[in-house]
Design a protein around this ligand. Structure first.
Ligand SMILES: *Cc1c(COP(=O)(O)O)cnc(C)c1O
Length: 385
């Protein structure tokens, strides 16, 4: 089926980028598990393909699917989310400044500060919930603004339209890490961003069984540069992974609806629990950027962050006692996960930066899955008893 941008999200999720296989009629895009393609005469290729690092039909189908879901013209896929992030950073040169939101994925923080800093790219951390902070951090060398929203693990919501508006005035490229929201809940290109970045490992994949990343843009010039970098640096995903992600996007809208419903119920339950000091969830009216979330997101996502009243002792006890929630890093899968950012996912963030952000010993992050929500709540209840 040929989809167009007017089709609804679910229709595009299932069909965009995919046609029945021309040789057999197979409804599902085959896994073109091949590194090379035969030529009839030197340089004469059948169709569009010569070598799978450059392009592969299964990867092309996934890229077309993701472009459609983000409302962009082009998508490129990578071996991981951080490989996609690195590709964007390679658009910068020595002497450039990058503005990064302060509460950013740990691996992104490490890549900016410990890898690209050595290449002479300066990173400035900014709390982007106030757009004035972004404006103040801009100087003549600023080349890129990197936004992540909602952030990890504090679930701050950044006004994408406001920040990209400022960037545009200064001709600065913007990239939004849209991993936590997924393309179903938020489309940053429609809010003025130049590039969208995903860790497909999380909600896009949704089954905790593959690592992958993606970039989407509608800017032809940026796309050409990124495509050249994808070919030159070679951090492409395996072909089987591309097949898994194509299978996953078909259910993204259904999964996200349930993640949002379950997370809202879990957040409301925990907010009323005596052992909990505070719940952070963009869907609660108590969230400081609830209005911004409502404006730019279709739903509030599956991530919930909580502070326990008795710090490390209480959080350790809860994390050891859960039965359905699994104690593990990562997020976005159908199964519920729970973790301790200070000890686990954010251990690589310097302690002073963690303290400034509020990543303390009583902080626990939940990735609410799509199990029956009454079972999830019963599990949390017994773990906190
Ligand atoms: C996991 C994650 C990444 C990195 O992705 P990988 O696939 O693990 O390389 C980047 N950004 C966010 C928000 C993430 O959660």
């Amino acid at each position: 089926m040929k989809t167009n941008p007017e089709h609804g999200f679910g229709t595009r999720a299932i069909h965009a980028g995919q046609q029945p296989d021309p040789t057999t009629g197979a409804i599902i895009t085959p896994i073109y598990q091949t590194s090379t393609f035969v030529q009839s005469s030197p340089g004469v290729i059948k169709g569009e393909y010569d070598y799978s690092r450059a392009a592969n039909p299964t990867r092309d189908a996934l890229q077309a699917n993701l472009a459609s879901l983000e409302g962009g013209r082009h998508a490129l896929c990578y071996a991981s989310g951080v490989a996609a992030t690195g590709a964007v950073l390679h658009l910068c040169s020595a002497g450039d400044r990058v503005i990064l939101c302060d509460d950013v994925y740990g691996g992104t923080n490490r890549l900016f500060h410990r890898v690209f800093a050595q290449l002479g790219i300066e990173t400035v951390l900014v709390d982007m919930t106030r757009v004035e902070n972004v404006r103040k951090a801009i100087n003549e060398h600023t080349k890129l603004i990197w936004i992540e929203t909602p952030t990890n693990p504090m679930l701050k919501v950044i006004d994408i339209e406001a920040v990209t508006g400022v960037a545009r005035k200064h001709r600065i490229t913007t990239c939004v890490d849209n991993t936590f929201a997924s393309p179903y809940l938020q489309n940053p290109l429609r809010l003025g961003a130049d590039i969208v970045c995903h860790s497909m490992t999380k909600y896009i994949g949704g089954h905790s069984d593959a690592i992958g990343g993606a970039l989407v843009t509608s800017d032809d010039e940026i796309h050409q540069k990124l495509k050249f970098l994808q070919l030159s640096e070679g951090a492409v995903p395996g072909i089987f992974e591309c097949f898994l992600y194509l299978r996953s996007t078909k259910t993204l809208h259904v999964r996200m609806e349930r993640h949002c419903q379950n997370a809202q119920r879990v957040a409301e339950y925990l907010a009323a629990h005596a052992a909990i000091e505070k719940v952070i969830y963009p869907g609660l009216t108590s969230h400081p950027q609830h209005a911004t979330a409502k404006k730019q997101m279709r739903g509030f996502g599956g991530m919930v962050t909580i502070y326990l009243k008795n710090g490390l002792e209480a959080s350790r006890r809860m994390l050891e006692r859960v039965q359905i929630f699994a104690l593990a890093e990562s997020l976005g899968g159908v199964e519920s996960l729970i973790e301790h950012p200070a000890i686990m996912t954010h251990a690589s963030v310097p302690p002073d930066q963690r303290a400034r952000l509020g990543i303390s010993d009583g902080l626990v992050r939940l990735s609410v899955g799509i199990e029956d929500v009454d079972d999830l709540i019963a599990d949390l209840k017994q773990a906190l008893a």
